[in-house]
Design a protein around this ligand. Structure first.
Ligand code: HEC
Ligand code: HEC
Length: 347
């Protein structure tokens, strides 16, 4: 009777911890956020209205579908994209300076554009080319900084109570915010809609299909200009001969982005799925950009990072079933052995 009471008390404690406290702690550490939004609805005129989002996406996709590849190639050449980015197209002269020189100029290597149509969401791309800061959500950084400054100002009782040094900081804020938030690519706000569609049609034309692009290649294109993947020997900018300089990246982003080798283990797959799609959801005001991966590309990146962090996972899963069979056979043998032994004791 006493044992049963102890068991009930223990079971009750376990249930309370498991159902009541654990999820609470979990949600406090990892507040739940909306699922990843691959429609990039915030880039449309009315994000809350699904029909509008859908219609506006379709308009862009149809525009690209009907875009003129030849005209797009001309837009690419005339806009000077090729002076910073490489592209795999024999009809475009390679005018980009060597990687080392570009890294020296921009602090990081502008990504190769050969497969952007397959890797990135095309509605995102259209928006990015016109206004990189808005599309990457980096503009949020300035707002968050400004709010923090304003709070400090209010807590000190207004401008007149601030020290001279602090006032100077505040005055310099707008310029500083511009400086730290500028994506190092000029906005092509002037580009006409039809030119934009032609350009994106050209990107579609040169791109490999997503199925033919590995998770590693996507990671190099979309992440390695800021992150390393040490376990696979991927240095900054993904360029072994001419890796980027961590100091320069830090200067640009105000912090050195973490190595991605073990990130799946430390953050979890679910976190990555929402974080990569919209970093601001988890780290409001962060300088990590939304790079605009489409769903398939994002899945490939996460699978790749999982492989890097846990290369034996598949093998373990394969072996698991054999282990269970082995355990089952052993249990049966143990059962008969026990029966046998007890029979003898009983005699
Ligand atoms: C002056 C150099 C320069 C020029 C010119 C330039 N870019 Fe870029 N571009 C960059 C840099 C630098 C980055 C990386 C910015 C970052 O990660 O903060 C970038 C990033 C990109 C990206 C990656 C976006 C993502 O998802 O993160 C695309 C796509 C792109 N550029 C397209 C273009 C196109 C198209 C043109 C021509 C219309 C162009 N760029 C012209 C420097 C340039
Ligand atoms: C333009 C630079 C840049 C690019 C490109 C970039 N990141 Fe980041 N990333 C950052 C910065 C900066 C941080 C640090 C964020 C912070 O602490 O606010 C970061 C942080 C992270 C983190 C840690 C988040 C956390 O909660 O601490 C993960 C995971 C991550 N990045 C994944 C990726 C992946 C995957 C890609 C490619 C799909 C990518 N990043 C592309 C700049 C970048």
């Amino acid at each position: 009777m006493k044992e049963r009471k102890i068991l009930i008390v223990l079971a009750a404690i376990v249930v309370i911890i498991y159902v009541g406290i654990e999820p609470l702690a979990h949600s406090a550490l990892n507040p739940s956020v909306k699922p990843a939004d691959f429609t990039m609805s915030d880039l449309q005129s009315n994000p809350a209205n699904e029909a509008v989002v859908k219609a506006e996406r379709e308009k862009v996709l149809l525009g690209i579908e009907n875009g003129n590849v030849e005209a797009g190639r001309t837009v690419f050449i005339d806009s000077g994209c090729g002076s910073c980015h490489g592209i795999n197209d024999a009809r475009v002269a390679n005018i980009a300076p060597p990687a080392a020189q570009r890294i020296d100029t921009y602090g990081l290597l502008p990504p190769d554009l050969s497969n952007v149509a397959a890797i990135y969401d095309e509605v995102f791309l259209a928006s990015f080319i016109r206004d990189p800061e808005n599309a990457t959500l980096i503009s949020n950084h300035a707002q968050v900084q400004k709010i923090a400054f304003d709070k400090q100002r209010a807590s000190k009782g207004g401008d007149e109570n601030l020290t001279a040094a602090y006032q100077k900081t505040l005055q310099g804020f707008d310029e500083k915010a511009r400086d730290i938030t500028r994506v190092k690519m000029s906005a092509y706000g002037w580009i006409e809609e039809s030119q934009l569609y032609d350009l994106l049609a050209f990107f579609r034309n040169v791109s490999l299909p997503i199925e033919a692009i590995s998770g590693e290649d996507i990671t190099i294109n979309a992440c390695a200009r800021c992150h390393t993947v040490d376990y696979r020997g991927i240095p900054l900018d993904g360029d072994e001969e001419q890796p980027g300089d961590p100091e320069r990246v830090k200067e640009y982003l105000k912090t050195l982005p973490p190595d991605l080798s073990m990130i799946v283990k430390s953050k979890g797959k679910d976190y990555l799925a929402t974080f990569i799609n919209d970093p601001q959801k988890h780290l409001t005001g962060t300088l990590m950009p939304r790079v605009g991966l489409n769903k398939k590309a994002q899945e490939k990146v996460i699978n790749y990072l999982e492989q890097v962090a846990d290369p034996k996972k598949d093998e373990r899963n394969r072996l698991g079933i054999y282990f269970i069979i082995y355990g089952a056979i052993l249990s049966v043998l143990a059962y008969f052995w026990k029966r046998n032994e007890f029979e003898e004791i009983g005699k």
